[in-house]
Every structure is written in C-alpha cells, then in structure tokens.
Design a protein around this ligand. Structure first.
Ligand code: NAD
Ligand code: IPM
Ligand code: MN
Length: 370
C-alpha cells in the first residue's frame, strides 16, 4: 500500500499513558486531515519481558526495520531493575537503535514563551532559547568492547566499558549536525574531552576535517564536555547546534531539558541513513524515561511524546503543515495556562495527562476550523 506506516511501541510506566494521547491525535489527523497511517502497536521493554521474557523480540525489530517511522514511549522501571543486564528493558531500546543504525539523535531544546517561568533558570536566560543537541547514538561507551564485569579473585571485581569511535562514525554524525546548522543559526559547537581521552582527540580532529572539507561556511567551535554542562546552565543561548558523543549527549540533553521547564517537554528523533528506497530509518521518542514515581496516576506530561510525533510528521512524512498544527496547539494550550504537575505554577490550571490531551485536541479543532 502507499499508506504511511507507523509502529507504536508504548513501553512501560508513563510511556503508555503519554502514548494514549498521541493515538488520539493520530486519530484526529485521520479524520480531519485525511492522513491515512497504517498504525501497528507492539511491545518493548518491561512489557515485552512480561510477555516474552526478553525486552524486544526479533519480530518487533523486523517490523521496526520495515516501517516509515517508529514512535516509542519509554522503557524501564523498578519491577525489572534486578534482571540480568542482558535482558533489562533498556536493552530493548538499545538494540533498536543499534540494529536500525539510528546514529544521529536530534534533541531540540526549545523554550516556549509560556514556560519561561517554569525553567529553573532566570527567565532572561531561557527566553527564546532554541538549541539542537545532536547526540551520537550507536557508538561510544554504550556499545564499545570489551565490556562486562570480571571476577579478579580474592573478592575483587572489575567493571569494564570501552569508549571507542571510528572516523566514519564521527563523520556521519558530524554531517548531520552541519546540515542542521545550515538551516538554523549556522553554528556548531562540538563537545568531547580531548584533554583526557584519545577518542576525544580523534573526535575533535575529524569534526574539524568535515567542517573544513564540506562545510567551510558553518562556524565550528569546540568545548570540553564539563565546560559545556556549565555553559548550558550559565548562558544557554550561546549555543545553536551542539554535536557530541553518546554519553555526553545523554547527560547534556537532560540538562538542556530543564532549561525548557521540564524533562516532560523534550522530544527527540533518532535518525539513520537514507536507504535504497529513499527512506530514512527513524525512531521518535521523548527524552524522558518511564517516570516510575508518577506512573499509573494520570499525572505525566504527554507533551514530549506528542512533540516527538510532531517530529515524525516533519522528518519522516514531510508533513510540515501537520507538524506545525500539533506544535501550534501545544503552544496555545500552554499559553492558556493549562499545566501538568511538572510545569505547574501559581495562577495556572493543573490538569491530568488525559486533560492535557483534551486541551490539545480542542486547540487542533480550533486551528483546523480557521
Ligand atoms: P525519568 O526520565 O523516568 O524521570 C526523571 C524525573 O522526571 C522523575 O521525577 C519523573 O517523574 C520526571 N518526569 C519524567 N518525565 C516526565 C513527564 N513526562 N511528566 C512529568 N514528569 C516527568 O528518569 P529516571 O527516573 O532516572 O528513570 C526511570 C526509568 O526510565 C529507568 O528504568 C530508566 O532506565 C528509564 N529511562 C528510559 C528512557 C527511555 O525509554 N528513553 C529514558 C530515560 C530513562
Ligand atoms: C535516553 C535514556 C537511554 C540512554 C537509556 C534508557 C538506555 O537515558 O534515551 O536518554 O541512556 O540512552
Ligand atoms: Mn537519558
């Protein structure tokens, strides 16, 4: 068929709660914008462990390989924390990223005007904030070999992970960052620890090489990752695009999330290469996790997951107008003072996950009627 295909993997904890609101918006698109999606839903993470004993099955990976886009909620939770490392919920997500070769994770941190006061930083520091973190997602210390826990005898054990990058891995993610920068502020800040790590030295040299040979008009700067963390909370608006490795990107993006008011606001897109059929493999997921402390209580902010769906519309389906509609509806709802608990402030109206979904659908209807 020529329908666009979407695989939804709600996962665990607040994942399914937030995803339920996305499904309503997907339904709305079908009814009101004549956008026909073939939507399939399946298990990942703890939900898959409970059903199949493993955090993702080959069948689900296969499905993910063959759809236009995957939308993932969140994985993990205390119920599965004591399982053997190789079958923990998080391994399901890591396998998806690796098997689909989703090497570029785009994590935009945008501060909505209405949420300027929800940030833990002073309003003037975050007002108008618009940064794009490009996190390398299939290499580095997350996947490097050797890895494991060794018994050295005499009660001594050793935990090992290996930080490793090859030049092609650095080149491809750097290109994504430079391409993005060209459509934004034309500036890339590359972050590593070249002062203490050889992989950081290579990273810096190779990012510089790509800039000099392919993107001479894009401004490139370098910053040690510890300084970048500090600069993100000191003066975040100095950044346009940040490109960094898997682990530093994980940490810097949670940090950037808080600049926007809440981790519950940050979407992401994990992109691979374009294949022979012209399709770019892609998985969209919020930056946050399964939030066990609030799950099952209809308290979660669904906006990060909803904005991830908007990113899917934009990047995988070339539906910029529909993405604008969704983002616009979110903006209107926030401006009207409707808030989930994580972004609540005095004078605002606190709502549940489903009520936030209601409010966004209402704004979609209004926008569509105009
Ligand atoms: P977390 O992101 O789940 O939660 C951190 C804090 O932020 C919690 O206080 C939580 O209540 C709050 N929060 C997160 N999302 C929110 C939302 N949408 N609305 C309101 N509040 C929100 O991180 P954690 O507690 O360190 O990890 C919990 C589990 O999630 C772990 O098993 C972890 O491995 C997993 N995890 C999964 C993903 C993913 O699936 N992509 C990402 C991060 C963590
Ligand atoms: C994220 C998460 C994941 C990561 C975990 C759950 C594997 O923290 O997507 O940011 O560390 O990449
Ligand atoms: Mn993370």
């Amino acid at each position: 068929t020529s329908n666009k295909s979407l695989l939804i993997l709600p996962g665990d904890g607040i994942g399914p709660e937030a995803m339920a609101e996305v499904r309503r918006i997907v339904g709305w698109m079908e009814e009101n914008r004549a956008v026909a999606f073939d939507v399939d839903e399946d298990l990942v993470g703890g939900a898959s462990i409970d059903e199949h004993g493993i955090p993702i099955t080959d069948a689900v990976v296969e499905k993910a390989q063959n759809v236009d886009a995957v939308l993932l909620g969140a994985v993990g939770g205390p119920k599965w924390d004591d399982l053997d490392f190789s079958i923990k919920p998080e391994r399901g997500l890591l396998r998806l990223r690796k098997d689909l070769q989703l090497f570029a994770n785009l994590r935009p941190a945008v501060c909505f005007d209405a949420l300027v006061d929800a940030s833990s930083l002073k309003p003037e520091l975050v007002s108008g904030l618009d940064i794009m973190i490009v996190r390398e997602l299939t290499g580095g210390v997350y996947f490097g070999e050797p890895r494991g826990i060794e018994d050295l005898g005499n009660g001594v054990r050793r935990g090992i992970n290996t930080q490793v990058y090859t030049t092609p891995e650095i080149h491809r993610v750097a290109r994504v960052a430079f391409e993005l920068a060209k459509k934004r502020g034309n500036r890339v800040c590359s972050s590593e620890k070249a002062n203490v790590m050889e992989s950081g030295v290579l990273w810096r040299e190779e990012v510089t090489h790509i800039q000099q040979t392919e993107f001479p008009d894009v401004e490139l700067s370098h910053m040690y990752a510890d300084n970048a963390a500090m600069q993100l909370v000191r003066a975040p608006k100095q950044f346009d695009v940040i490109v960094t490795d898997n682990l530093f990107g994980d940490i810097l993006s949670d940090c950037a999330a808080m600049l926007t008011g809440s981790l519950g606001m940050l979407p992401s897109a994990s992109l691979g290469d374009v294949d022979e059929t012209g399709r770019r493999k892609a998985l969209y997921e919020p930056v946050h996790g399964s939030a066990p402390d609030i799950s099952g209580q209809n308290l979660a902010n669904p906006i990060a997951t909803i904005l991830s769906y908007a990113m899917a519309l934009r990047y995988s389906f070339d539906m910029g107008d529909e993405a604008d509609l969704v983002e616009g509806a979110v903006e209107k709802v926030l401006a009207s003072g409707v808030r989930t608990g994580d972004i609540m402030a005095t004078g605002m109206t606190q709502v549940s996950t489903t009520e936030m979904g209601d409010a966004i659908l209402k704004e979609l209807n209004k926008a569509n009627a105009q």
